[in-house]
Write a protein that binds this ligand. Structure first.
Ligand code: SF4
Length: 389
């Protein structure tokens, strides 16, 4: 296959935005944006003439015909080559406390540069960032017409703002993996020691995780466990629970090479029953009792306006159940409840890290020596604490 990429502004002598290009193959032209990047993690399959591709970035494992897009709507098969259409299309840059992601057991008190792009492999009816994640589904391909921000510009932004790390968030980072990876590499090239975190729905593939591990791209992944019931996962998010569970196990099996935290949004009537909460806690505890589990309060969003916010007593009960099931660190977020975000020693209950929303108060790990940082312990009883300082 002969394929050439030309800048569109030299085509037909028309004045067209410089961010477009033509992919020409055997006389046939397809117009795409110039910043669309050849995708990673896909394979051509079947007879060459059919130009089918098999995307292996997320666990939908889409088989995509020529000219079509995958379920995420931001990966397109053009002439038998898969392109990422949301490369460079970052939106919503912010400097956030890491606690906002939430990461409570990875470098507490640090600041991260956060961003996401249009596109998602889920279509959660309650998505709080639906105007970004579902932008293509709701608004068509115009949603991808935002100006490009290059990985180098993001690395510079992180440096100028003295960010300790970068969080790939707001929409599903798996779906902009090439862009995220290029950003990690741009930071490395600049000599920036920033860490990189995915705030993920946990639907990435084994292939993606293997690459992340091999190339040491990420320091942490926070995964959403939305339901334990597959029917509800399918109904609300169009996805399967087992894949998310398997990925929680896979990240955990990396034994701390990638920090793992799990979050569950508790939605009245959908996953707030005693049984569902217990099943959720039992599962996380069976993978690792030291995994931080966050229960987050639901507020009506997007297509789920008919439900009330989660009662605080439900969240407090969820935290109790987590403790009953042996989980060492369970938190409640998105409320004004006091003391539910503090990290305490699972053995002697000493206060280790004090939090109020995103503000850090006491932090006993603040002044550890290099040696102590490698193996943080409760200063009162010496119990080993799962925390990266
Ligand atoms: S990232 Fe997932 S949803 Fe998108 S094309 Fe690939 S397999 Fe399909």
């Amino acid at each position: 296959m002969v394929m050439r990429v030309y800048k569109l502004n030299i085509f037909n002598n028309k004045k067209i935005t410089a961010c477009k290009c033509i992919i020409r193959e055997k006389g046939k032209c397809t117009v795409v944006r110039m910043d669309a990047r050849k995708a990673l993690l896909y394979k051509r399959i079947g007879e060459p003439a059919k130009k089918l591709v098999h995307c292996k970035l997320c666990s939908h494992y889409c088989i995509i015909k020529e000219g079509e897009v995958g379920k995420c709507l931001v990966r397109k098969n053009i002439g038998g080559t898969l392109y990422s259409l949301n490369w460079g299309k970052s939106a919503g840059f912010a400097i956030d406390p890491i606690e906002k992601k939430p990461f409570f057991h990875f470098k507490p008190g640090t600041r991260v540069l956060s961003f996401g792009t249009p596109g998602c492999n889920f279509r959660c009816l309650n998505c709080q960032n639906w105007d970004l994640s579902q932008a293509v589904r709701e608004g068509g391909s115009n949603a991808l017409g935002v100006p490009t921000t290059t990985p180098l510009q993001i690395a510079r932004m992180a440096k100028e703002n003295k960010a300790d790390g970068i969080a790939y968030t707001y929409s599903e980072p798996t779906i902009f993996y090439e862009y995220a990876k290029d950003t990690v590499l741009a930071c490395r090239k600049m000599g920036l020691s920033a860490f990189h975190l995915f705030v993920s729905n946990g639907y990435f593939t084994r292939e993606m995780l293997q690459e992340v591990e091999r190339e040491k791209l990420l320091a942490g992944i926070r995964i959403d466990l939305k339901f334990t019931n597959d029917e509800k996962y399918m109904q609300v998010c169009a996805a399967h629970v087992q894949i998310v569970k398997d990925n929680i196990k896979r990240v955990h099996a990396l034994k701390g090479q990638i920090a793992l935290e799990v979050i569950a949004l508790i939605i009245p009537t959908l996953n707030d029953s005693e049984e569902e909460l217990r099943e959720m806690c039992k599962f996380v505890s069976s993978v690792g009792k030291e995994i931080p589990l966050h229960f987050s309060r639901f507020y009506p969003q997007y297509k789920m306006q008919g439900l009330a916010p989660t009662p605080e007593k439900t969240l407090l009960r969820a935290r109790e159940i987590a403790k009953e099931e042996g989980l060492e660190y369970a938190y409640i977020g998105n409320t004004d409840l006091k003391g539910v975000e503090n990290t305490r020693c699972p053995k002697c209950n000493a206060l280790l890290v004090e939090r109020d929303r995103y503000l850090i108060g006491k932090n006993v790990f603040g002044k550890l020596s290099e040696k102590e940082r490698k193996n943080p312990k409760c200063p009162q009883c010496g119990y080993g604490i799962n925390i990266t300082i």
